[in-house]
Design a binder for this molecule. Sequence first.
Ligand SMILES: [Zn+2]
Length: 449
Amino acid sequence: MFVVFTADDAIQSYTLDSVNQFLAHRKNPNGCSPKMTYYTSLNYTNYTLVTDWYVAGNEIADHTMTHVGSPPADEINGNLIALNSLAGIPMSAIKGFRAPFLNYSRETLELLYKAQFLYDSSASSAIPVTDPNTDCYWPYTMDYGMANNCLDVPGTCRGEPKLPGMWELPMAAFFDKRGTSGVHLMDPWLDTANGETAVNDTATLEYMKATFTDHYNGNRQPIGIFTHPIHLSTTYPGVASPDSTIKMLNAFLDWAQEQKDVWIVSNEQLLDYVRHPVPLSQLDSVAALKCASPQIDANTKICNGIPQNEEGLLSHCQFSDFPFYTCYGCPEVLPTTDNPNPPQQVPDGQNARFRLPANCSTAFWDPIQGQCSCTSDTCAFTDNSRPIGPNGANLTGGGIGGSFGASPSTTSYIPFNSVPPRFSPGVGNAFAVGVLGAVIGALGVINRF
Ligand SMILES: [Zn+2]
């Protein structure tokens, strides 16, 4: 059975620390450390940590630029553009979307389809798997419309909207003793259980185990740990550590991993399995579930999302609202929906940094030299363009900021033959990632959804 682990909102050192305390010490049945999905919004995000988290094998997905529900196209597409230019995430790697506040409309789904997202994960189930009318489905395509939240979202369901090939990964809820009256979706540990008046970690653990067991003994629909990791951070300035709740969630995951054939995965790993299912006996061989670190010498000095390689090479972008670090050169102004890829601010005496081009993967790209350090087929990579520019123009990575798709004439990287992108990037141990970023100050915005 799959346990999906996701996080939402800004990526900062203390949110990655928070995720690491649940995942970094674990192993899946194939010996790999579990990966997760981070639905990333941009306010307060430290871009270099997005790069690191991605290169470590985790999924980076879209949660709009400024965290708005029922978002317009520029909120969705601008997130993709900014994460590509300032965090070096390939266009093709940002496959998934979750709506802030889980607030989506029919138009949201249609915008995702236009921008060539592979899946949405904003819908939720509200009927337990033990009910014959459960809406806790395995991921499904929207060839024949939506099948969740039908009463809440006008113009969806009964076959609408038809979005062939785009997937919905409905979020499975937990249920306490009250059943459908006691539904718990995101951060269930912040809720009171069973109609009680105070949060009780023991009661939370009990119903999380009970719901897991219902899934496990039934059709094994994936269950989800859907977090806002800032609520479980021990390093967030000025907030007491929620130690009891952290122990509770680790106890749940310990217990879940004691059950046979339980895997903790990202949504992209889950979806890759669903699209290419194999018998249980062959799960170890599923490429998306494997782990392989990019083969880069630890002594190589290259700003590539691997802490040991990029040490001392980051640009510090000193914006007063939320300063951040990046490998790819600071923008003159913070990205906005009107201008998601501002021109680069080049320090005196330095050259502009080169953004990730379409023919090199993040770990192998040297943004300072403008070179791809990959010289073999095993690390070859080809990104896709996406129709996310003005009036649906196709955009690709590369350039130095200020525009897309225009490679500067000075680049000297080695082009590759076109090969399909690997589904999962090389995977290292996520453990070292969270400690790199500077604490940005007590600026974070806490969102419940
Ligand atoms: Zn959010």
